[in-house]
Design a protein. Structure first.
Length: 378
């Protein structure tokens, strides 16, 4: 069996405390005969000492850029920082660059120039095209909670933005308890529609709402397929969109429909959050919201607000990281062992090659070749 080096990088996205690899996950990989380097990170939910105690090699933040041997596999969660240097390594993370998102061509060009490879976590799927590891349940849970919090605040003539920046919760129970207290202040509960209710995100949203005794209306793909604009959405107080769209559809809501029709709708939690992508079924906003400013006001006079944060599970970093790592770990060890044929990794790589070819990047020559640097310890 070959020996691989997995390098867990520091996350540079603001407010990101999650990790793809927990200390227990590192131990399992070490026990399988591989090396693991873990970068120091002041924001990661697990302290660096826990990684050191299980035997990981510790490295400074962002040192993968200059210190990681070319053969190392760089793993993270969120996309890399915008930069221009070529990417020479194999990378595992959510890159958000296959649907025409802003900056996608630049990202893929960096891989093509450096000869690196991308195994996008979103496209690691089994033979039934189901993702092998996902944060979906926790994205749905936290997104539903923020939707409820946003709606409740507006009913009291307040704004969730006044409470920003948002900070992580100790666990999902404390999050649900806080949402219950908010609803008690309002004195009633919203009518809620979940679109994409049968997927992981939808299930997570249902779990949060059920803890609050809110009976949501649940729509699956058959309820929206081929319908175009859907005016019935406006009848609900709160829309929670959890549908993962891979193809273009006629928008479900447009500015014209919102302006012309009567509505109860005052709050939207767009958990799918793809405002710059061509497959967005809610083209009524142009950019996502953030932990610093979780709510965007779409209409001032007859209030309509939206929250659309693309790393929602960061609000429950420990539970979501534990769950994700547990899902990914057996597949990750197989990858490090070199078992790639007919695997999720092979399928993900095929998409990477197809997307780079679509952008005519296949002919770009590598302009940088870096010799492997010796591993060092501290």
């Amino acid at each position: 069996m070959r020996k691989s080096t997995l390098w867990l990088r520091h996350e540079t996205k603001p407010f990101e405390e999650r990790t793809a690899l927990t200390p227990l996950g590192v131990k399992a990989i070490l026990d399988a005969g591989h090396d693991v380097v873990v970068e120091e990170s002041p924001t990661r939910i697990y302290p660096i000492n826990e990684y050191k105690e299980v035997g990981a090699i510790i490295a400074p933040m962002n040192s993968w850029i200059t210190q990681a041997p070319e053969s190392a596999i760089i793993i993270g969660l969120k996309e890399l920082e915008n930069n221009s240097f070529p990417l020479i390594h194999r990378h595992i993370h959510f890159a958000h660059c296959y649907k025409g998102q802003v900056g996608s061509k630049e990202t893929l060009t960096r891989f093509a120039r450096g000869g690196g490879l991308l195994y996008d976590l979103e496209y690691l799927v089994d033979e039934n095209k189901r993702r092998i590891a996902a944060f979906g349940v926790w994205a749905g849970y936290t997104g539903a909670a923020l939707g409820v919090a946003m709606w409740a605040a507006s009913q009291l003539n307040e704004s969730l933005n006044d409470e920003a920046p948002l900070t992580p919760y100790e666990n999902s129970v404390t999050m649900a308890e806080e949402m219950s207290r908010r609803l008690d202040k309002v004195g009633r509960k919203p009518s809620v529609l979940i679109i994409g209710a049968n997927g992981r995100c939808g299930i997570g949203a249902q779990k949060l709402l059920e803890s609050l005794d809110i009976n949501a209306t649940l729509w699956g793909s058959k309820d929206t397929k081929g319908r175009g604009a859907i005016k019935e959405i406006l009848e609900f107080d709160l829309l929670i969109n959890t549908a993962l769209m891979k193809d273009k559809v006629t928008p479900w809501l447009t500015d014209e429909i919102i302006d012309e029709e009567e509505r109860n709708l005052t709050a939207i939690s767009d958990i799918s959050c793809d405002p710059t992508g061509p497959c967005n079924p809610l083209p009524i906003y142009s950019e996502g919201t953030t932990m610093d400013k979780p709510v965007s006001i779409l209409r001032e006079d007859e209030l309509l607000e939206i929250t659309a944060i693309d790393h929602l599970p960061s609000l429950l970093p420990r539970e979501s990281s534990d769950d994700f790592c547990q899902q990914l770990l057996p597949h990750l060890i197989s990858f490090l062992d070199g078992k790639l044929e007919n695997s999720p990794w092979e399928r993900s790589l095929e998409i990477f090659f197809r997307k780079t070819e679509e952008l005519k990047l296949g002919e770009v020559k590598s302009i940088r070749k870096v010799e492997d640097k010796p591993m060092w310890f501290n």
